[in-house]
Design a protein around this ligand. Structure first.
Ligand code: SAJ
Length: 414
C-alpha cells in the first residue's frame, strides 16, 4: 500500500489544528487549510488562535521546521482530512453545509489513490453523502459508493474524541475508531492514524463509526440527565443530592455522574439531537435526556428568583461563567444563559465572577451585568449563586457567608 507522505487538513479549529500539528510533528508534510485569512496568517507566523495547553510551542516548531504551512485553498496531497463544524439548524436537523463546502474545495485537487477522511461529528450517512458530492464534482474519478473496493478515491470516517484542555495528550493516547467505506479505505486511514496514535486503531464501517461518535456523547448526556433529574427530585424531597450520589456510588455497579446547572459545550448538548433527528420514534430516552438537561438552567433561574423575592435590593454574585471547571470557554455555557436570563428579567444587581476571562461577553455587559473579582462580589452580594466548580471557588470560606442565601448548583459548598 502506498505510504501517506502529505496531508491536507481542511478546518484549523479546536480539532483540525492540533491534529494537523501532531501529524506534522511526525515528519509528514501538512497543508493546513482554513477559510479565515487571519487563522492562516496566525499559523504561518508559528502562533495559534485557540486556547489549548502546549499547542503553541508545537505549532511554532512544525512551522519553523517546514512541516506545516497554512493556506486558504487546498493543495494536492496524499490524504485529505476534514474537521469543520457541523452545527444543527433551528429544528435540530444537522447542517452539513461546511462539509459540503469542504468537498467543493478539495474536489479540484483530488487524484486517484487519495484518501479522504471525515472527522467532523456527523449524522449517520454523512460519509456516503460526502462520497456522492465528490463524485458529482469529479465524474472522471470512481468513488466508493459507486465502485466499492475498486474506487479511485478512498473514504473513511474517523471521529475525534479528545477532551478540550487535554487535546495533545488524548490525540495520541486515545483509541480511535476507523470507519472505512471500504476495507481499503479503513486500511489506508488506519495507516495514517497509526503514524501518531499510540492507542488502538479499531477498524469498522463508516456508518458504525458515525453512530459511535454520537453514541459516546449521548451516553454521557443521558447519564448527566439522570443526575440532573435526581437533583430536582431531591430538592422536592429535601435531600442533599450530592450526599445521596456519593453514598449510592459505593455500590459496586453504580456510578452516577454529577448534577449541574445544565450541559454546555459544543458536543454533548448537540450530538444526541443527530440521533433523535435520524430516528425520532425510537430515540425517546435520548430526546428526554436532552430536554431534562436543557431544562436545568430555567430551574436554576426560578430558584434565584424565589430567593430574590424576599429581598429589598437583591445583589446576586454569580460564580463562574465557563461551561465547565477550570477552562475559559464561555460558548454554549448554561451559566452564561442563567446570568443572561437573570439580568434580562431584572431580578437584581448581577455581579459575574469568572477568573478565566478579562471581559464579559456583550450579551451580558449590554444587560448591565458587572464583572467582579470573587472577594468584592461575595462582600456585596446577598445571594451567592455557584455555577462552575472552578478550583478557585473551592477555597472560599463558605461558613463565613451564613448571612447570605447560597445556591450551589455544583455541590462544592461545605
Ligand atoms: N457535566 C455535568 N456533570 C458531569 C459531567 C459533565 O453537568 O458529571 C457537564 C459539564 O459541566 C459541561 C458538559 O457536561 O457543561 C460537558 O462536559 P464534559 O466534560 O462531559 O465533555 P466535553 O463537552 O468537554 O467533551 C465531550 C467528551 N465526550 C465524552 O466524554 C463522551 C469528549 O471526549 C469529546 O471529544 C467531546 O465531547 C467532543 O468533541 O465530542
Amino acid at each position: 500500500m502506498a505510504t501517506i507522505r502529505s496531508v491536507s487538513m481542511i478546518g484549523l479549529g479546536y480539532i483540525g489544528l492540533p491534529t494537523a500539528t501532531v501529524i506534522a510533528s511526525r515528519g509528514i508534510k501538512v497543508y493546513g487549510v482554513d477559510v479565515h485569512q487571519h487563522v492562516v496568517d496566525t499559523i504561518n507566523r508559528g502562533e495559534i488562535h485557540i486556547i489549548e495547553p502546549d499547542l503553541d510551542q508545537l505549532v511554532h516548531q512544525v512551522v519553523k521546521d517546514g512541516f506545516m504551512v497554512a493556506n486558504t485553498v487546498p493543495q494536492p496531497a496524499d490524504a485529505f482530512m476534514i474537521a469543520v463544524p457541523t452545527p444543527f439548524k433551528n429544528d435540530h436537523e444537522p447542517d452539513l453545509a461546511y462539509v459540503e463546502a469542504a468537498a467543493r474545495s478539495i474536489a479540484p485537487v483530488l487524484a486517484a489513490g487519495n484518501l479522504v477522511v471525515l472527522e467532523s461529528t456527523s449524522p449517520v450517512g454523512a460519509t456516503e453523502q460526502l462520497s456522492a458530492w465528490l463524485a458529482e464534482l469529479r465524474p472522471d474519478l470512481k468513488f466508493p459508493h459507486q465502485a466499492g473496493e475498486q474506487a479511485d478515491v478512498h473514504l473513511a470516517y474517523c471521529p475525534e474524541r479528545v477532551l478540550p484542555g487535554h487535546i495533545l495528550r488524548e490525540l495520541i493516547s486515545n483509541d480511535r475508531i476507523i470507519g472505512g467505506m471500504t476495507v481499503k479505505g479503513a486500511e489506508l486511514a488506519a495507516q495514517l492514524y497509526g503514524t501518531f496514535v499510540q492507542g488502538a486503531c479499531l477498524k469498522t464501517d463508516a456508518r458504525t463509526a458515525e453512530m459511535a461518535k454520537l453514541t459516546e456523547n449521548a451516553f454521557r448526556d443521558v447519564n448527566i440527565a439522570f443526575a440532573n433529574e435526581l437533583s430536582l427530585i431531591c430538592d422536592r424531597l429535601k435531600i442533599n443530592v450530592w450526599e445521596l450520589i456519593r453514598l449510592a456510588n459505593h455500590h459496586p455497579r453504580v456510578n452516577i455522574l454529577q448534577p449541574g446547572p445544565g450541559v454546555g459545550g459544543h458536543c454533548i448538548a448537540v450530538d444526541p439531537w443527530f440521533i433523535v433527528d435520524s430516528a425520532p420514534n425510537e430515540a425517546r430516552l435520548i430526546r428526554t435526556a436532552r430536554e431534562v438537561n436543557d431544562g436545568k438552567p430555567g430551574y436554576v433561574v426560578t430558584k434565584v428568583k424565589e430567593a430574590a423575592r424576599d429581598l429589598q435590593s437583591p445583589v446576586i454574585a454569580c460564580l463562574g461563567l465557563a461551561f465547565k471547571a477550570n477552562i475559559d470557554d464561555l460558548r454554549e455555557s448554561p451559566s452564561v444563559e442563567i446570568v443572561r436570563r437573570l439580568a434580562a428579567d431584572g431580578v437584581g444587581k448581577i455581579l459575574a465572577v469568572e477568573p478565566h476571562v478579562d471581559a464579559l461577553p456583550a450579551e451580558l455587559s449590554d444587560k448591565g451585568v458587572e464583572l467582579a473579582d470573587v472577594a468584592s462580589a461575595l462582600e456585596r452580594a446577598n445571594i451567592v449563586l455557584l455555577l462552575v466548580d472552578h478550583d478557585q471557588f473551592k477555597t472560599i470560606l463558605w461558613m463565613t457567608l451564613q448571612d447570605k442565601t447560597i445556591i450551589d448548583t455544583r455541590g462544592i459548598v461545605r
